[in-house]
Design a protein around this ligand. Structure first.
Ligand SMILES: C[S@@+](CC[C@H](N)C(=O)[O-])C[C@H]1O[C@@H](n2cnc3c(N)ncnc32)[C@H](O)[C@@H]1O
Length: 298
């Protein structure tokens, strides 16, 4: 399957659109990527007014903004109380009398059923945290989602931790390697529980969309997006579309003063990431947006 490429997603930020405390969340969706996902789902008929969207990694509820205006019912589950509070403040900020959509953030653990009924949602849409984020070094997810507001110092070490949260059950805390040979790593075990709940909630003809990104750890590129896809397949989904939301503009050239053409293209990355890549770190030039349907076991 050849991945589709989306350019121009990263030109807009969340500035003035979120309550101040929401900016502390280091792993928010990028606003332009969200818009492109909504556009694609609407165009393909997966979303219509009145449809229900479930996000098992609710965060500060950024995905609900467009759902409210478009008349969808958005529900998120978030394990960290301070993110739940920020999401609820965002919903109050966004809600206008004419809007027919609804937004609710449940304070809970997506490994559990949270009292939500089977086959009650039309779309699952989410962005999982990186594995073992709080226990190791590496660029945190903030840089992938909101380079403009992200503080570079947070992406270098886990000073993001207090913002990110440390409640037991937070997938970001789960170890990415098995404790004993032959055992499933805690990250995979917990991710499979969450994906199992998503599969239970999704109606048979519904669609699941995941926003992920590879990252660099100890100087190497970690193929996190493929790891997440493998987990989705194990949980009973089939990938039907892969998209690369490009963090760089298409290659272009600009004339220099001496009349030669020099390569010029804009990159939408944190300064820290650009510096690291200039010093030889592997380049990460896109986020991944992957679409999945339920595998029918017959
Ligand atoms: C990458 S962030 C998603 C942010 C969200 N897309 C937004 O724009 O605000 C992942 C979120 O999942 C939450 N999370 C991690 N494990 C969870 C679990 N077991 N149940 C519910 N939420 C969880 C984290 O606290 C974090 O806020």
């Amino acid at each position: 399957m050849t991945p589709q490429e989306w350019y121009g997603c990263f030109r807009h930020s969340w500035q003035n659109l979120l309550v101040p405390e929401a900016f502390q969340h280091p792993g928010k969706y990028n606003r332009g990527v969200l818009d492109r996902i909504y556009d694609a789902l609407q165009a393909a008929g997966y979303l219509r007014p009145g449809y229900r969207i479930h996000d098992p990694f609710g965060g500060v509820g950024t995905a609900a903004r467009r759902a409210l205006a478009a008349g969808y019912h958005w529900q998120g589950v978030e394990i960290e109380a301070h993110h739940v509070a920020a999401a609820q403040a965002n919903f109050r900020l966004w809600r206008e009398g004419w809007m027919t959509g609804t937004a609710v953030m449940l304070h809970g653990d997506s490994r559990q059923d949270n009292g939500l009924a089977a086959e009650s949602v039309d779309v699952v849409m989410g962005s999982p945290p990186y594995d073992d984020l709080l226990n190791s070094s590496g660029e945190g997810p903030g840089a992938r989602h909101d380079s403009k507001h992200h503080r570079p110092e947070n992406s270098r070490k886990i000073s993001s931790a207090p913002d990110y949260g440390a409640t037991p059950g937070n997938l970001a805390l789960a170890a990415s390697r098995p404790r004993r040979p032959g055992e499933l790593p805690a990250f995979d075990r917990d991710a499979l529980l969450i994906l199992g709940q998503c599969r239970r909630l999704l109606r048979p003809a519904g669609i699941a969309v995941w926003v992920t990104k590879d990252y660099i750890r100890h100087g190497r590129r970690v193929p996190f997006s493929d790891r997440w896809e493998t987990l989705c397949v194990r949980a009973g989904f089939i990938c039907v579309q892969r998209v690369r939301a490009m963090l760089v503009d298409p290659p272009a050239f600009q004339l220099t003063i001496d009349g030669t053409a020099a390569p010029a293209y804009k990159q939408y990355k944190s300064q820290w990431r650009r510096d690291a890549e200039a010093k030889g770190a592997p380049a990460i030039d896109h986020e991944d947006v992957r679409f999945f349907v339920k595998r029918t076991d017959n």
